[in-house]
Design a protein. Structure first.
Length: 187
C-alpha cells in the first residue's frame, strides 16, 4: 500500500513488474499459462542469487531474513466489516442496503441512531450508547439476499404498542404489522 501523492514509492513498486517483463517475458511466446509459470520458476533462482544494486545484499538472503521476521497469523481471523449509522424506525426496523432488519423494541426508541456492522453473511446491529451492563449488541441477523427483504425476529416486537390501540392494551392483543413488512409472521 502506498501513501497518496508519493510518486517515488510508486516507481519502486512498479519496477518489479518491469523486471519480470524484461527478464522473463521478453522475446518469449507461450501458448499456455503453464509455460509462463515454468519460465518464471526457472528465472526466480537466478534472480535470488544476484546482489541487490542499492542494498548490496544477495536478494535470496534478504528474502529469507524478511520471511523469518514475519510473525504468525493471529488465531482469530480478521473479519472485514462495513460500518454504517442508521436510524431506528417507529416499527423497530432499521433500513440497510434496501432491506429492513428488526431491533428489540424494549432496547431502542424511534429515531435512535444505531450502528450497522455488515459482513458477507450477517448483519449485526449495535446501539451507539452502552446499556447499564456496558452492552451495545442489539441484534444479529442473516444478511438478506437481494432487495426489499424484511428480516425480523418476532421477539423484537415485544414492547411495541399496537397500531390504533392505547398503550394500555392487554399483552394478548395482536402485534402491529409494519406496512414495509407485509409478510411478517404473526405470533
Amino acid at each position: 500500500m502506498l501513501a497518496a501523492y508519493r510518486p517515488t514509492g510508486k516507481g519502486r513498486v512498479e519496477r518489479q513488474v518491469l523486471i519480470v517483463r524484461d527478464h522473463v517475458l521478453a522475446g518469449r511466446s507461450s501458448s499456455s499459462i503453464e509455460e509462463l509459470d515454468s519460465a518464471f520458476d526457472a528465472w526466480v533462482p537466478l534472480r535470488r542469487a544476484k546482489s541487490h544494486g542499492i542494498q548490496g545484499e544477495v536478494i535470496g538472503h534478504r528474502a529469507i531474513r524478511d520471511h523469518m521476521a514475519l510473525r504468525p497469523l493471529p488465531a482469530t481471523p480478521y473479519v472485514v466489516t462495513q460500518r454504517h449509522l442508521r436510524y431506528v424506525g417507529k416499527d423497530c426496523l432499521v433500513a440497510f442496503d434496501a432491506n429492513l432488519y428488526s431491533v428489540p423494541a424494549r432496547k431502542v426508541r424511534p429515531r435512535q441512531l444505531v450502528e450497522v456492522r455488515a459482513m458477507k453473511s450477517q448483519i449485526i446491529l449495535h446501539s451507539t450508547v452502552p446499556d447499564a451492563n456496558g452492552d451495545t449488541l442489539l441484534a444479529i441477523h442473516p444478511r438478506a439476499v437481494g432487495r426489499g427483504a424484511c428480516v425480523v425476529d418476532e421477539k423484537h416486537w415485544d414492547g411495541l404498542p399496537d397500531s390504533g390501540a392505547s398503550r394500555s392494551a392487554p399483552a394478548s392483543a395482536p402485534r402491529p404489522q409494519s406496512s414495509a413488512c407485509l409478510t411478517w409472521p404473526r405470533a
